[in-house]
Design a binder for this molecule. Structure first.
Ligand code: ZN
Length: 170
C-alpha cells in the first residue's frame, strides 16, 4: 500500500483543481477518511485471516463495490443540497476508489480484489512504479523514507501538476 499520507492527497488535489462545485472542508475530510478506510483490513493479519482471502488485506475492502458502498454511506451522512448531490457523490467515489487503484501501482504484496464480489482475483496495474509501504512500525526508518520519496515522485507530483493545470485552465 502507499502510505496514508499519500492516499489523502487525492481529495486534496481534487479540491485544489476545482473552483465551482468545490467541496467544503467537511466533505474533503470525509473523503480523506474514505481514502484510508480500506486499510482497516490489516486487522485481518491479527485475526489470522490469510492474506490471499477475500477477507484478508487488499481483499473486499479494496474493491470497486466497497468504494461505491462507502461513498454512498458518506453521501447519506453528508446530505448535500440536491444541486450538489452528483458532484459530491462523484468526489466521494473517486476518493474511495483511488485507494485500491493506487495500491495496484505498488511493487509489493498481493494485488487488490478490485472486482470482488464477482471475482476474488487479485489485480495489479501493468506498470508498478510505487515502492510498497511496510505495514506498521516497520515504516519508520530508511525504508519509510524510500517509500515516501517514491510516492512523492509517482503520485504527489503528478497529482499536484494535474490539479494546478486544471485549476489554471478554468
Ligand atoms: Zn490498501
Amino acid at each position: 500500500m502507499p502510505t496514508i499520507f499519500t492516499h489523502v492527497v487525492v481529495p486534496l488535489a481534487w479540491r485544489t483543481a476545482t473552483r465551482r462545485q468545490r467541496p467544503d472542508v467537511r466533505t474533503v475530510v470525509t473523503a480523506m477518511g474514505l481514502t484510508v478506510l480500506p486499510d482497516a483490513d490489516v486487522i485481518a493479519f491479527v485475526a489470522g485471516v490469510p492474506y490471499a482471502s477475500a477477507f484478508g488485506h487488499r481483499g473486499f475492502t479494496h474493491s470497486i463495490a466497497f468504494a461505491l458502498v462507502t461513498a454512498l454511506v458518506a453521501l447519506a451522512w453528508l446530505r448535500p443540497v440536491r444541486t450538489k448531490l452528483l458532484s459530491v457523490g462523484t468526489f466521494l467515489f473517486v476518493a474511495a476508489v483511488s485507494h485500491p487503484l493506487l495500491d495496484a501501482l505498488t511493487n509489493g504484496g498481493l494485488g487488490v480484489a478490485l472486482l470482488w464480489p464477482w471475482s476474488d482475483a487479485r489485480w495489479f496495474a501493468p506498470w508498478r512504479p510505487v515502492a510498497v509501504s511496510p505495514i506498521g512500525a516497520h515504516f519508520f526508518g530508511a525504508r519509510g523514507v524510500t517509500v515516501l520519496l517514491s510516492e512523492m515522485l509517482w503520485i504527489w507530483l503528478p497529482l499536484a501538476c494535474t490539479a494546478l493545470v486544471v485549476r489554471w485552465r478554468r
